[in-house]
Design a protein around this ligand. Structure first.
Ligand SMILES: Nc1ncnc2c1ncn2[C@@H]1O[C@H](COP(=O)(O)OP(=O)(O)OP(=O)(O)O)[C@@H](O)[C@H]1O
Ligand SMILES: [Mg+2]
Length: 252
């Protein structure tokens, strides 16, 4: 099966899942799930605890493989045997809690696992490049950092989420999965992150969002995928639904 290279991504970064099944022993976590998402869109997966949302994004991001069904990117069947393979193909996930290592400084966090090295016989970490790039990339997301040597733990919750998003984009993410990006944040911090998520649409990113917050999800998203007990029970474009409709379907 083909493994995509980032160069496969053109202007459109379309993701298609067809008739996906995933079992964990006797638990049928996903049953015949199909969905399509495209670039420049925010695509929201909604569902109760245990519905199958994480299982679905774990398949997309290479943590698990489906038992049955096809996973395609730009009409090409793909199979990722690890999150690293998916990441190399331009598919990144920002997890709510694992995004940042607080005691490490900001620029080290930005380049975590992909450290730039200076040219020369000894490959030493290029601090100057890392510092400059971190400042530049965060500025694109309206975060001004004067001293990227300070610990990432001193960033606000929203700034940490945005750092993780900026990092994913810098390293070539075209399909970006956000798992509950604002659930641990206060209103002000949450708004900061929401504004930056909206800005991803202009950068032609295919955003896949998991959320429990129906109002916020409705405001942010273009497309809604509703999962219940492993079934994709409904799919809507924004103009086909409302906050109240979504509430009713989800029983909230
Ligand atoms: N690795 C695993 N082994 C066994 N069962 C699992 C595993 N991962 C998920 N499950 C089960 O699959 C079902 C779907 O779980 P999943 O984590 O996808 O739900 P979720 O929609 O993300 O829920 P939440 O909103 O609580 O995060 C649940 O019944 C869960 O217990
Ligand atoms: Mg989950």
């Amino acid at each position: 099966m083909a493994v995509l290279k980032k160069s496969t991504f053109m202007n459109s970064n379309r993701l298609d899942l067809h008739n996906i099944y995933k079992n964990f022993g006797n638990v049928k976590a996903l049953k015949n799930v199909s969905m399509s998402t495209n670039s420049g869109q925010i695509n929201c997966i909604l569902g109760d605890n245990g519905a199958g949302k994480s299982t679905l994004v774990n398949i997309i991001s290479g943590v698990f493989q489906q038992d049955e069904g096809d996973y395609k990117i730009n009409d090409e069947i793909v199979s990722f045997s690890s999150p690293m393979e998916a990441m190399n193909a331009g598919i990144s996930t920002v997890y709510q809690n694992l995004a940042i290592i607080p005691i490490m400084n900001i620029y080290r966090n930005f380049f975590l696992g992909q450290e730039p090295t200076k040219k020369g016989f000894f490959k030493t970490f290029d601090k100057e490049f890392a510092t400059r790039t971190t400042i530049e990339q965060l500025e694109k997301f309206d975060i001004k950092i004067e001293n990227p040597k300070r610990a990432a733990g001193t960033l606000s919750g929203g700034e940490r989420q945005i750092l993780a998003i900026a990092r994913a984009l810098y390293f070539g993410a075209k399909i970006l999965i956000l798992d509950e990006p604002t659930s641990a944040l206060g209103v002000k911090e949450s708004n900061k992150v929401v504004n930056q998520i909206i800005s991803l649409k202009n950068q032609n990113i295919n955003v896949i969002l998991i959320s429990h917050n129906i109002e916020q999800a409705y405001m942010l998203s273009d497309k809604f995928f509703i999962i219940k007990n492993g079934d994709m029970i409904d799919q809507f474009e924004k103009n086909q639904t409302s906050v109240n409709d979504l509430r009713k379907i989800l029983g909230k």
